[in-house]
Design a protein around this ligand. Structure first.
Ligand SMILES: N[C@@H](CCC(=O)N[C@@H](CS)C(=O)NCC(=O)O)C(=O)O
Length: 212
């Protein structure tokens, strides 16, 4: 298996966490976003929308990180990351959708303001950051109420819903806005729990720039 992506990319990390949970590996084929490789015809033939990641499983390709994580969960052995109980499964899907619709877009706003913009010489607009943090706090209020009653988003077992949220929660710390996580007790306790998993430690270590 090959994943066209980058270890530091949130969307690539969804696939990498599932692989690590399953005790599997794939060859990570780097795509040079700085050079615009993802907008070149060779890459667009793999992903017509020109973003990462793409999974290639012996010639079968699939793109969109949430589709990839669902595919890997079914395709690979190891503990399932999708509950068999219909209610727990519906909860899992609900939280994946909440992540996609009401959480990650606001983290992306902060990533643009605090990381990507400054790389191009722009100053962060802190009013925009504050507004995004407010929206994230609202989403965390909702998620926190669920996490007050259960260890993981879909109930008592770690699932794809947790996988889906983790990379963007991590980027709140990377962008200096981790206080929005630590100020919500239930979300913070969940983050400590999921980020202590060996799968996450492996993915985070892969994403860290080499020291020295
Ligand atoms: N909905 C897509 C989003 C993919 C995406 O936006 N990937 C980012 C990296 S995390 C990317 O390729 N950015 C480069 C660009 O937008 O030019 C998914 O979940 O896979």
């Amino acid at each position: 298996m090959k994943i066209y992506g980058l270890a530091m990319s949130t969307c690539t990390q969804r696939a990498l966490i599932v692989l690590a949970e399953k005790g599997s590996e794939a060859e990570l084929v780097p795509v040079d976003l700085m050079k615009g490789e993802h907008k070149q015809p060779a890459y667009l033939a793999r992903h017509p929308f020109g973003v990462i990641p793409v999974l290639d499983d012996d010639g079968f390709t699939v793109y969109e990180s949430r589709a990839i994580m669902r595919y890997l969960d079914q395709r690979l052995g190891g503990a399932p990351l999708t509950p068999s109980d219909p209610k727990a499964r519906a909860q899992m899907e609900q939280w994946i959708s909440v992540e996609q619709s009401y959480f990650s877009p606001h983290v992306l706003t902060i990533i643009h303001q605090r990381l990507l913009g400054p790389m191009r010489g722009a100053q962060p607009d802190e009013a925009v950051v504050d507004q995004a943090k407010g929206e994230i706090a609202k989403a965390f209020d909702v998620v926190g109420k669920a996490l007050a009653k259960q260890e993981y988003l879909a109930g008592e077992a770690f699932s794809l819903a947790d996988v889906s949220w983790m990379p963007y929660v991590q980027y709140l710390f990377v962008t200096g806005t981790g206080d929005v996580v630590t100020s919500n007790d239930h979300v913070n306790a969940w983050w400590k729990r999921v980020s202590a998993r060996p799968s996450w430690k492996r993915v985070a270590a892969q994403a860290a720039p080499p020291k020295g």
